[in-house]
Design a protein around this ligand. Structure first.
Ligand code: AMP
Length: 259
């Protein structure tokens, strides 16, 4: 689903579902588009496509850690440190945070998808800097969603932002050539963000931007040759991944629980 207002992107969402759940999911997405905090949609588009069950891979969610910080500058410093832990040079980490903070699209607003950033040089690699790359065709099985929501409930983190972002980050981080992901929301009321990678898991950071800020976005840090890039983009946008196992969920109240 994609929603716009006066030509500006306001929200989008992706699902991978059994056919008999399509109707209810479409209604949910329509409601979300109509009531988004960034404004009521004027144009809503749905794209529905059959995916052969044979092509669907299964997977395990990234482990989640919850980092509480007191302010967004502190959150961004933590994000910077986490990115450096996975080998992103300091200058590249700092510059990527700066781009998201100032609006990654050429218009100075948020992009519709993610930037692709060369993890070593910091060069932007996406072919359309307004659209970027949209990770798609990923979801949780009903059982996995239920177990995850129960665990997140105990941390007071059971909201659609966390569930969807963890699902997306799991797909992105399993892509061949992806080193890490950085994200904070474009929703003016949702201030949290994360850094994710295969080794760090999903590191939620409670504050990544000031309240009321609409600029947010995603950076996918890539280490692959230019020739391999089209395959990586196709994988992110098209390879179906249905996550059926949850990982560890750790937070200030719980040291880690496995289900
Ligand atoms: P959200 O987490 O939905 O608030 O989205 C924050 C930002 O992440 C958006 O402004 C987009 O730039 C980007 N984004 C949202 N969904 C996707 C996606 N499926 N794939 C890549 N980037 C996305």
């Amino acid at each position: 689903m994609r929603a716009e207002c006066h030509g500006q992107h306001i929200s989008g969402a992706e699902r991978l579902l059994p056919g008999n759940e399509l109707e209810s999911a479409a209604i949910e997405m329509l409601q979300r588009a109509l009531r988004h905090p960034r404004g009521a949609a004027q144009k809503i588009s749905f794209h529905v496509e059959a995916v052969s069950a044979r092509c669907v891979k299964s997977g395990k969610l990234l482990d989640l850690s919850n980092n509480s910080v007191d302010s967004w500058p502190q959150g961004r410093r933590l994000a910077n440190r986490l990115l450096r832990k996975v080998g992103i040079p300091k200058a590249v980490a700092e510059h990527s945070i700066e781009i998201l903070a100032t609006g990654a699209a050429p218009s100075g607003q948020s992009m519709r998808g993610a930037m692709l950033i060369d993890a070593d040089s910091g060069e932007r690699l996406e072919s359309d800097p307004a659209r970027g790359v949209r990770a798609s065709r990923m979801d949780l099985t009903a059982g996995c969603r239920q177990r995850l929501c129960r665990l997140l409930e105990q941390l007071n983190l059971n909201n659609s932002h966390v569930v969807e972002a963890l699902t997306l980050a799991t797909k992105v981080c399993s892509a061949p050539g992806i080193v890490a992901e950085l994200c904070w929301s474009d929703d003016p009321d949702y201030l949290a963000g994360y850094v994710a990678s295969r080794t760090l898991g999903y590191q939620r950071i409670s504050h990544m931007k000031p309240a009321g800020e609409e600029r947010g976005g995603r950076a996918f840090f890539v280490r692959c040759s230019k020739e391999e890039l089209p395959n990586l983009v196709a994988w992110l946008e098209q390879a179906p991944l249905l996550i059926d196992q949850i990982g560890l969920v750790a937070g200030p109240l719980h040291r880690g629980k496995e289900v």
